[in-house]
Design a protein around this ligand. Structure first.
Ligand code: ATP
Ligand code: MG
Length: 244
């Protein structure tokens, strides 16, 4: 039988940044703060939404939390693994082994089938990658599409293939930066539902402009001008919210 999203989850680690600022200095030595003293702590097996206007620092926060960029002040870490104390090589390896990424565009290879596009993302798994991919495709309502080419899929289907590709390495964290921006509402919801399912196994972090996409999130982080303007935590029953 295929492995499923409900299988034994990997042990989780907290993803966090503390007092993180990210400053850019341009040619005329003007400084732009993409993030200012941001502190967040994201727990395993939770689905987080990150929202805020354009330019508020959402993508920057993903870069910092995933170690793609070092904050100019403050720290970021995955469990006890502090990115600043590690070599770039170690951080790259952490990203490859523990994190999955989904972007605004799915970036599928046009000459490979759906299944091949997923399997190439997990070269170390060999035959197991096929089994995992088929199991996840089935769970996301995509069984039967595995031998199609990307050009034969709808935008929402392509993006769900990108979600499965991110899942197949069994990441502890999936980062998605506006994964539904190029989709209509129905397809957008399907993609977010597919991502949200990963919270049985790891952490899911979804950046979006669209509040409707993250109504089911365990918590929301709202950014404005590079600062956290608000955080909302859904109660465990999922029936309300508090502020703080
Ligand atoms: N390489 C860069 N050089 C200078 N400023 C930058 C650079 N990258 C981002 N910024 C600035 O940092 C701020 C935050 O950018 P970021 O991309 O994190 O915003 P965002 O919330 O993801 O926006 P969007 O919703 O448009 O994707 C913006 O003001 C942006 O102009
Ligand atoms: Mg962005």
């Amino acid at each position: 039988m295929y492995k499923t999203l409900a299988g034994a989850p990997p042990s989780g680690q907290t993803l966090a940044c503390e007092g993180a600022s990210l400053a850019y200095v341009d040619g005329s030595r003007r400084t732009t703060f993409a993030l200012r003293e941001v502190t967040v702590s994201l727990e395993p097996r939770r689905f987080y939404g990150i929202m805020g206007p354009s330019g508020s620092g959402k993508s920057s926060l993903l870069y910092i939390l995933s170690g793609l960029k070092q904050p100019t002040e403050g720290t970021a870490r995955f469990g006890d693994f502090r990115y600043r104390e590690q070599s770039e090589k170690n951080v790259t390896r952490l990203r490859r082994e523990k994190f999955g990424f989904v972007f605004q565009q799915p970036f599928l290879l046009p000459y490979l089938t759906v299944l091949e596009n997923i399997v190439v993302a997990a070269p170390a798994l060999g035959e197991e990658a096929r089994e995992l991919a088929l199991g996840y495709l089935e769970e996301l309502g995509m069984r039967g599409l595995e031998h199609k080419l990307p050009s034969q899929l709808s935008g929402g289907e392509k993006q769900r293939v990108a979600v499965v590709r991110a899942m197949v390495n069994d990441p502890a964290v999936i980062f998605a930066d506006e994964p539904t921006a190029a989709l209509d509402r129905t397809n957008g919801h399907r993609v977010v539902e597919a991502l949200a399912r990963w919270r049985t196994r790891g952490t899911v972090v979804v950046v979006t402009h669209d509040a409707e996409m993250v109504t089911d999130a365990d918590a929301l982080v709202i950014l404005r001008d590079g600062r956290i303007e608000d955080t909302f935590h859904q109660t465990p029953s999922g029936s309300g919210s508090d502020q703080g």
